[in-house]
Write a protein that binds this ligand. Structure first.
Ligand SMILES: [Zn+2]
Length: 192
């Protein structure tokens, strides 16, 4: 038979769990929002830099809705590790727009593949990462660029889909398996 004390204990545990659930969701939400690489303009030299927000600090240091932002990394560090981190204003103003993946997804969406002409929809970064066509016409992957080069690269390159990138890689790695079909010459084959 539960005593009033046990009932009280049960209610307190439920309330505790509820508070933990709501608070935990808020903390995870802030962490998800601020993790990842972001591309901003350094207020000191007006050049594009890639930075990482300390997402764990943002999630734990302040109540959700008023996260305390600080940088965990910047491509100008360690030389400028003691800068004033004024670029955080850009991240506070538009946390999603300066996220590297969001920036790239926006650029691809609605464009046509430079090789097959297919229009890009939502990009699958984990398994079907698209690539680029360089100004010289070479098909290249994103792995060869640094994040702070992204704006420059997007201005000079054209988009290419994952299928075309893969086909090109196969052609390069197994030239012996690829046979170009020769153009047909002479009279058409007889129907008889
Ligand atoms: Zn294509």
């Amino acid at each position: 038979m539960p005593t009033p004390f046990h009932l009280l204990l049960g209610v307190a545990a439920l309330v505790g769990l509820g508070v933990l659930f709501v608070y935990g969701r808020g903390v995870i939400g802030v962490w998800l929002r601020y993790r990842g690489t972001r591309v901003v303009v350094c207020p000191e030299n007006r050049e594009t830099v890639a930075v990482e927000v300390d997402a764990a600090h943002a999630a734990w240091s302040a109540p959700p809705g008023h996260p305390d932002l600080r940088l965990a990394d910047c491509t100008r560090w360690p030389e400028k590790a003691f800068c004033g981190q004024e670029c955080l204003g850009q991240i506070e103003a538009a946390p999603e727009a300066c996220r590297l993946q969001a920036l790239l997804a926006d650029w691809y969406r609605g464009k046509a593949c430079a090789v097959c002409g297919r229009t890009f929809g939502d990009v699958h970064w984990h398994d079907h990462k698209p690539g680029l066509v360089s100004p010289a016409g070479a098909l290249v992957r994103w792995g060869g660029f640094r994040p702070e080069q992204v704006r420059e690269v997007l201005e000079s390159h054209r988009p290419v889909c994952w299928d075309c990138l893969l086909a090109e890689q196969f052609r390069r790695e197994h030239p012996e398996l690829v046979t170009e079909r020769p153009a047909r010459t002479g009279p058409p084959p007889s129907m008889l």
